[in-house]
Design a protein around this ligand. Sequence first.
Ligand code: 13P
Ligand code: SF4
Length: 307
Amino acid sequence: MISNVQKEILRLKKEKNAVILAHAYQAKEIVEIADETGDSYALSVAATKYDCDAFIMCGVHFMAETVKMLSPDKRVFLANYNAGCPMAEQMDPQIISQIKEKEPDRTVVAYINTTAALKTVCDVCVTSATAVKICREIENKKLLFIPDCNLGSYVQKQLPDKDIKLLQGGCPVHAAVTLGDLKAVRERHPDALVLVHPECRPEVVEMADYVGSTTGIMKFARESEHKEFIIGTEISITEHLQYECPDKEFYNLSKKILCPNMKLTTLMDVYKTLQNLDNGKAFEIKMDDELISKAKVCIDEMIRLGG
Ligand code: 13P
Ligand code: SF4
């Protein structure tokens, strides 16, 4: 059911020629008013096709930065300025530069969940949906994969011929889930298929029936003949799937997979951002041209190899 706030958002969005992008981890009422919903890769590619005056990102900071890099002439706003991804901040560009100096023969692969500053010292970006494909496409066998060592070790298992150096980093939300959590929920729902995000720990990923990005998990569950699923990613996906497929049953792998940053954005944040688009009160992403051109190299490479 559409609320008055949602109606007003849709009206303002049209009036201001703005496009709303929502990561799939956003709440249902936000997904309902978004022009595009999807995983990190889908959102970055979708943003390039709009001829609008402004983008409003309902997600976290690095996602808005990515949209700005791909559409530098457009104004890009983050609906809630506090929404950051702790993983994106984990690695210092200087440390990565030092590792590169010691091991110059490694191609540096950055998960898209990184700051623009970190992207300037990397060669190519990947998302959870494209990591295996892109790493396979890279001619060099020797890679440095940052910052998520869980996603990196999943890629290493899929591509045993590659020599992938990993550093200690990752998503604190997905990494909180243990094998014990998985065994407990499986005992309660023995007939359910287990679908997990590769940001989970390797021992959890190993037990899964399907491993994929947010969009991949949703697609698999929608299209499967199976009736019960344990969802090993942010708990909003369980809710979205349950609405979409009422004849199937969805269970959370763990209530620990709740991302507090993704939960910060409210419908009123979107409304206020639209209202304040032109008075300096909304949170606009500002990046200088040099940062954009240096950081964008690895995003362009991601789209070239991942497309
Ligand atoms: P995807 O959008 O690539 O599935 O990643 C999930 C995530 O944690 C985003 O921050
Ligand atoms: Fe970052 Fe993890 Fe939250 Fe995604 S789920 S925004 S990777 S902390």
